[in-house]
Design a protein around this ligand. Sequence first.
Ligand SMILES: Cc1cc2nc3c(=O)[nH]c(=O)nc-3n(C[C@H](O)[C@H](O)[C@H](O)COP(=O)(O)OP(=O)(O)OC[C@H]3O[C@@H](n4cnc5c(N)ncnc54)[C@H](O)[C@@H]3O)c2cc1C
Ligand SMILES: *[C@@H]1O[C@H](CO)[C@@H](O)[C@H](O)[C@H]1NC(C)=O
Ligand SMILES: CC(=O)N[C@H]1CO[C@H](CO)[C@@H](O)[C@@H]1O
Length: 425
Amino acid sequence: MSIQIVSKDNVPQTPTIVRDAVPGQLQIAIIGAGLVGLATAALLRKQGHQVTIFESSSFHAEIGAGIFLPPNGVGVLKNLLPELSWENMQGVDFRTLETFNFDGTHMDTDDVSEAWTMYPQGWFMIHRVDLHKEIMRLALDPAALAQAPATIRLGTPIKAVNFDPKRPSVITEAEEECTFDLVLGTDGIKSTVRKCMVGAEFDAPATQFGFYRWMVDLNTNPELSWMRDDRKSTGPTMIMDMNNPAPKVMGIFAYPIRRGNFINISVAHHDTRDPDTTGIRRPRRRHSGEAFEGLCDRFKGLVDAARNPRTWQVRKLPVLPTWIKGNVAILGDAAHAMWPTYGQGFAVGLEDAATIATLLPKGTKPSEIGGRLQIFEKIRKPRGERVSKMSTDDLSPPKNESFWIRPELLGYDPVAVTKAALAEA
Ligand SMILES: Cc1cc2nc3c(=O)[nH]c(=O)nc-3n(C[C@H](O)[C@H](O)[C@H](O)COP(=O)(O)OP(=O)(O)OC[C@H]3O[C@@H](n4cnc5c(N)ncnc54)[C@H](O)[C@@H]3O)c2cc1C
Ligand SMILES: *[C@@H]1O[C@H](CO)[C@@H](O)[C@H](O)[C@H]1NC(C)=O
Ligand SMILES: CC(=O)N[C@H]1CO[C@H](CO)[C@@H](O)[C@@H]1O
């Protein structure tokens, strides 16, 4: 069986969520089936636990978007989930970044081949949907792994969490209460689990910056295929309005996905919407042509090919007082939504997932969970906060490093860190 993008209609719904307790298997709820929730589910399935995922959406509206998967994230997936098919994910290697001026002048080639020597697992650009589908297969497809698959309840938003120190529970929008040994909140930047844990005063505040985003299919825009074909090695292209003292857009960032046949475009711009009346991810007006004044014809094609551009305001969470409460923890964007500056958001969420799974091998007793979550928070909170801070405040690398090749980010091994912490505990 292979799992396609699931909709409420073609995924088996489980009326009774809590299966019979089996000694040595924890009953774990995961709130949110984004990339981090599904990766956590796959890793905990592999440890032999009983995993139930609650997802508010029905996955009808998957947003197409490209994502960078840096070596620290690739390492987690390749080492802990070798069953993942990289073939299915159709990634493109990140080898070089080419920078151009708006007028078409080539400015710079940033070569990251040194990173491939330092981190042979690689660095990829992948379509979000391809990544999501493949990680979902490992979480849900009975044939993907020997261990029993996770169960998913789509169209089931969680509205409250009860932090009972022994048996936490979640309450669905339909007032159903379900009890588990452990509840993990991977419900993203607007996390309900986080709100229940620390209050709404720690929501992500509005910023002045957003990204226009769209995708160009080279099969239907062959005049742009030079962007894929006219370069020595694969990687993103940056186009900046360098001669303009007050540029309307801060840069066009274009990168190939799906074996190079699609180009993902992301344009950083000022976004001065009123934070109280606009949602975090609400698409807004079409990008204005005026913002791209002075762009040479060669690149203008990228803008003209935009069919359904959206804007996405970037936001970052403030430092939270805690990431755990009773037998409940938050992971991924729910805990550390950050700016996409270094393309690290998902990778740091994968580190969280790897840490949780390493802390909870099969045979872990429910009474041990509280102590393990304390180790989780001790390891992960400083790390998530550090990378999040780097995404806004630390944009100049040390002298011996390039902006892209920063061992602090790329060389982090969550399993080694967790094993060391367990040995110490
Ligand atoms: C503009 C932009 C560019 C980015 N680029 C990169 C990049 O290049 N590389 C990278 O590593 N990261 C990148 N990121 C970050 C990356 O997208 C996120 O870190 C990653 O997708 C986080 O996933 P998540 O699973 O934690 O949250 P999400 O993907 O937000 O998933 C949360 C899930 O929870 C569900 N949910 C929400 N509330 C409830 C509820 N109450 N009950 C049940 N379910 C609920 C939602 O429907 C959703 O499915 C970028 C982010 C942005 C904004
Ligand atoms: C740069 O130097 C620091 C400190 O010595 C070291 O930790 C880091 O790994 C070096 N970076 C690279 C890319 O070698
Ligand atoms: C439409 C699309 O694929 N947009 C993505 C392009 O890349 C940026 C930077 O990683 C993402 O933020 C967009 O989501």
